[in-house]
Design a protein around this ligand. Structure first.
Ligand SMILES: [Zn+2]
Ligand SMILES: [Zn+2]
Length: 562
């Protein structure tokens, strides 16, 4: 990378990715110039199985705390990986929160849960709008994605224009005609000169174009015909209003009523109808409680659970534990979503459950029931070519997607290799007309949220949770004479997740003897330091248990001095 003549710090523009590079989710990026800092998106991520008990993961705000109040938060769209962290970050935002009406509507529910009201800071913007924050002028540019009202941003800085695509794809025939990515505006920026392009890398490994949403319409239409006189159940993302609209339109065509199920599905469809993003006549929608009043061929049920989420409506149907929906041979079920990497097993489990109940299930690649919301290689090339940036930073993806996106840019030939950079979270990337350089790093990383606790679950707690989940725990309690160390009562052993105690009496009796012996030895050695006594108990018990079972449960001795 070139580090030619870097301008003085007060003129330079610093781009600092705080999340979303080298990982999916947690998208957050700070852009600063002089005293002004704006944030692009503040996403979250659902934890992987390796993080037991963690509810969600958000980007660290440490850097923001160091820099002082953020002057504006700019939201590209309403997906979790772009707005899920807002409730945790918004306290550091002194200025406006810019988002389109749909993005704000998606955000509102989240903020309500946290008792946050944006008040004056809530600023609705529409594609084409331009806002000013300090030295920045920000234009919002329409992009197509898998939800309504998504935008890219062009940030005019003293060094030039930075274009951040947000999540995008190029679909000339999306379901909503006004949602075509505004290529002419991007081309216009490209013609006048773009300093840097930051673009969505999600599908950087996929050649070709992402298929148009119309292919889904055709695929789903043929499935409606095939369902014949069966009840149709469609599972999809609650935020994919376009897909929901398609299903409602087909239901009307086939003379079926529509019920929606699942908390987020119900709230999103209500919100989208109120705001005019979703069109469904009142006489088509019925309450979930009413569906059993209609014959199967007169009903379509749209539900959450396309990712096999264990508590979702579709999961409960698959386990035959849904309150109103009993799945059977008269059901035709369409899962209109691809499993997000990591969710394949839970989706398979749901599919197995539904099949076992006698339903026909259409999933994954059996039909064109889903298209991605992200650009593939040819669309990425088009974006790069139109924007024609001086510098290119692939964003939004794991390292392998970022790398492929960088290669795609390189193959186009007009961006010098040294002007393409795969950044890491926390790198302070200083941009100017004359150069791009990494100017140090700032604190960045993932923070775990568990219940009300933000950041209090760290590596030590996680290690304990892993240990507990793998081998269980034995708690030893005993009352001991404080002056002599004489055992007064106990020891009592309680275990959880280790062995079923009632079937292991011999083992537990032996364990008790080990504890007694360890206490006796401590007394004989005149050991009065309780921490040492405890660790002697722990060691004795641990080696006994390991000898007998080849397991290493967590051992927690509690000695009460009397
Ligand atoms: Zn998105
Ligand atoms: Zn995204």
């Amino acid at each position: 990378m070139s580090a030619l003549s870097v301008p003085p710090a007060d003129l330079a523009v610093d781009v600092v990715p705080l999340g979303g590079l080298g990982e999916f989710g947690l998208n957050m990026m700070a852009v600063s110039c002089g005293e002004t800092t704006i944030l692009i998106d503040a996403g979250s991520m659902f934890p992987e199985a390796e993080l037991p008990g963690v509810d969600r993961v958000i980007p660290s705000s440490e850097y923001l705390d160091q820099r002082g109040p953020v002057d504006a938060l700019v939201l590209t769209h309403g997906h979790e990986d772009h707005i899920g962290g807002v409730p945790y970050v918004v306290g550091r935002v002194a200025g406006p929160v810019f988002g389109t009406p749909f993005t704000h509507a998606m955000l509102e529910g989240k903020l309500d849960e946290h008792g946050v009201d944006l008040g004056e800071r809530r600023r609705e913007v529409r594609p084409g709008d331009v806002v000013t924050v300090g030295p920045f002028r920000i234009e919002f540019i329409r992009v197509t994605h898998s939800m309504p009202d998504c935008v890219a941003v062009a940030i005019h800085t003293p060094q030039g224009v930075i274009v951040h695509t947000g999540d995008f794809k190029i679909d000339y025939t999306p379901l909503s005609g006004d949602a075509v990515t505004d290529l002419s505006t991007i081309a216009e920026y490209g013609r006048r000169g773009v300093l840097a392009l930051l673009a969505d890398s999600t599908n950087a490994e996929r050649p070709g174009f992402t298929a148009t949403e119309q292919t889904v319409a055709e695929g789903v239409r043929s499935l409606f015909a095939r369902a014949k006189n069966r009840r149709i159940i469609v599972a999809t993302f609650a935020s994919n209003i376009y897909r929901i609209q398609q299903i409602i339109d087909l239901a009307i065509e086939y003379g079926r009523k529509v019920a929606v199920n699942g908390r987020s599905m119900v709230s999103n469809t209500e919100m989208a109808r109120e705001l005019g993003y979703l069109h469904a006549p009142d006489n088509v929608l019925i309450d979930i409680e009413e569906i059993n009043k209609y014959p199967p061929e007169k009903v379509v049920l749209i539900t959450t659970g396309s990712q096999g989420e264990p508590l979702s409506a579709l999961s409960r149907m698959a386990q035959a534990s849904h309150r109103t929906v009993k799945v059977g041979p008269t059901d035709f079920i369409i899962i209109s979503a691809r499993p997000i990497p990591g969710n394949e097993k839970t989706v398979t489990k749901v599919v197995n459950g539904l099949l076992a109940l006698g339903a026909e299930v259409i999933y994954e690649n059996m039909y064109d029931t889903h298209v991605s919301g992200h650009a593939c290689q040819e669309e990425q090339k088009l974006m790069l070519t139109l924007a024609h940036p001086q510098y290119f930073l692939p964003v939004h993806g794991e390292f392998k997607q970022l790398k492929r996106h960088a290669e795609t840019a390189e193959h186009l030939g007009y961006i010098p290799k040294q002007n393409i950079y795969i950044a890491e979270n926390g790198q302070n990337i200083r941009l100017s007309r004359d150069g791009m350089a990494v100017e140090g790093t700032v604190p960045a990383g993932a923070v775990m949220v568990d219940g009300y606790g933000v950041g209090d679950v760290g590596n030590v707690v996680l290690r304990d949770r892993h240990h507990l989940s793998e081998d269980g725990i034995i708690i030893v309690t005993a009352a001991v004479d404080g002056s002599t160390g004489q055992l007064l009562s106990g020891p009592d052993l309680v275990s959880r997740g280790f062995v079923y105690v009632r079937e292991s009496e011999e083992l537990m009796d032996g364990a008790r003897v080990q504890v007694e012996m360890a206490l006796d030895r401590s007394m004989a050695d005149n050991m009065h330091d309780w921490a040492s006594v405890k660790s002697r108990v722990r060691e004795a018990l641990s080696s006994y248990i390991y000898r007998k079972t080849k397991r290493s449960p967590m051992i927690l001795p509690i000695l009460m001095e009397v």
